[in-house]
Design a protein around this ligand. Sequence first.
Ligand code: NDP
Ligand code: 8X3
Length: 252
Amino acid sequence: MKKIALITGATSGIGKACARRFATGGYDLILTARRADLLAQIKTELEAEGTKVLTLVFDVRDAEAAEAAIASLDGAWRHIDVLINNAGLALGLDKEYEGNPDDWNTMIDTNIKGLLTMTRLIVPAMVARNEGHVINVGSVAGDAAYACGNVYCATKAAVKAITDGLRIDVAETAVRVTNLKPGLVQTNFSNVRFHGDDARADSVYKGITPLTGDDIADVAFYAASAPKHVQIAEVLILATHQANGSVIHREG
Ligand code: NDP
Ligand code: 8X3
């Protein structure tokens, strides 16, 4: 029987790239996000290549909807080998004292509470089976705040603490826990951050070759494929001319 990976935020960017990488690597997939049409497209694409795909449409901020979605899984689909907590976003790039509280709430509810909701729903079965792997998508932004990153950076610092906490709490089991910390990855991330200002989003990647979703998916797959006694606890993945969240060398 094929292994199963559940990926949140699978309609775009890193999550979509993970879906493709884990499909190529022999997994069947449970793909989740809010946009049903995009999930359906990815399902069609991957099923044509021989991967079984189940899609679940819900918002990770809605704990009841998430619970109902996971409760709807039956048979072999309940046996989730890898949970990739990827759904997340940044909104705005403002000085903390000028930030938008609605944006703050959305980031906190999605990046922190949504990740916790999924962990709470899926990890107990992993612990009971004494196997499984949780891969959380943190960020270089969680290592240190950068200018105007304030609340987004805080959510990713929380992902680091929550991931470390889970690793401690499952240490007596064979469940593995990984924090992936990407730097600049060209996805829809900046378009969302700047509320659809695509020119401003493009400027984030000017003068530097950014990472791609595929680069991050390769690392996620590597972590999931490591021998059972190897736990890839944390990986910081930066573009070559990026040194941290603040130091980025741009040509031109
Ligand atoms: P994208 O905007 O391309 O993808 C974000 C994904 O998250 C989409 O599939 C979206 O699906 C999903 N999502 C957002 N909010 C929700 C929600 N409330 N409920 C369910 N799904 C949601 O960005 P990335 O691929 O870049 O981002 C993925 C993760 O990577 C995020 O956690 C981000 O913080 C992190 N990251 C990104 C970096 C980058 O530079 N791009 C660097 C470091 C970390 P839908 O809209 O269909 O619900
Ligand atoms: C996304 C990368 O540097 O824009 O987490 O915060 S960064």
